[in-house]
Design a protein around this ligand. Structure first.
Ligand code: IPE
Ligand code: IPE
Ligand code: MG
Length: 250
């Protein structure tokens, strides 16, 4: 018999420390839909329910930050119809979930380049951020129009502007100062990265921040990703031996 979500959760709490910050590449919506002879957008719609489940599972497990990849900068190159459907879903998610997220104590932040967002999408983003501002249970960072290389380039540009303005000396630029200019500055680096749908690549996600994250790839497609799958990933993480380049004590 496969263990239930509650069994896995108790095992998780007994086994050891839960990762504080988990990043997720939510992939496989299109394939999920194709296997059912449905349009790709039906997969995106189904994927929304998994986001709700993930948030709930994160709270139950005691994770403090979830950083999820919802729409990459490269995803703007998809057919206009699909881009429009994804943006409409995002706005729907915000409109329907804000109250629940607030009640759960979730604080939502949207990370990425906002300049290509439509006025409607931008309004939705600002709305959910301000509505959930008081949330202290879980930080939910949703990466939209996000690309890690663009984020790194932006950080370099921000630092150069400070140097040009005479507020910063080039010699004072170190890793900590650089990291402060990334979208993720308030939350630090993820401990664990989960990618669904079996792809072993980063797809331009958090290139700096994942330097020492543990990777967990599951073949499960995002719309099928349940609380059980999330707890399995955390249990797997707890069995890892993180060394950070050092020698582990005997
Ligand atoms: C992930 O699912 C959602 C987004 C990238 C927006 P995909 O749409 O990439 O689904 P697959 O990878 O084609 O199955
Ligand atoms: C990564 O998935 C982006 C998101 C999950 C939002 P993609 O489906 O866009 O990545 P590739 O194209 O397979 O690398
Ligand atoms: Mg994909």
């Amino acid at each position: 018999m496969t263990p239930s979500a509650d069994d896995l959760l108790s095992r998780l709490k007994l086994q050891g420390a839960v990762p504080g910050h988990v990043a997720v590449i939510m992939d496989g919506n299109g394939r999920w839909a194709q296997r059912r002879n449905l349009p790709r957008t039906a997969g995106h719609q189904a994927g929304m329910a998994s986001v709700r489940g993930l948030t709930e599972a994160g709270i139950q497990a005691g994770v403090s930050t979830l950083t999820i990849f919802a729409f990459s900068q490269e995803n703007w190159q998809r057919p206009q119809e699909e881009v429009d459907a994804l943006m409409a879903l995002l706005q729907h998610y915000v409109a329907t979930q804000s109250a629940e997220l607030t009640a759960q104590g979730v604080r939502v932040r949207v990370l990425g380049d906002r300049s290509p967002l439509s006025a409607h999408a931008l309004k939705a983003v600002e709305f959910v951020e301000s509505e959930t501002e008081q949330g202290r249970v879980l930080a939910l960072n949703i990466c939209i129009s996000y690309g890690a290389r663009a984020e790194l380039t932006r950080a370099a540009r921000l630092l150069s502007e400070e140097v040009a303005a005479g507020r910063l000396a080039p010699a004072d630029i170190d890793e900590a100062r650089f990291a402060e200019r990334l979208y993720t500055a308030p939350w630090g680096d993820p401990d664990l990265l989960i990618r669904t749908s079996g792809e072993f690549r980063l797809s331009n996600f958090l290139l700096w921040q994942l330097a020492y994250a543990e990777f967990y790839v599951t073949p499960v497609l995002w719309p099928d990703f349940s609380r059980e799958h999330f707890f399995e990933a955390l249990l797997d993480y707890q069995r890892r031996d993180r060394r950070f380049g050092r020698v582990v004590n005997e």
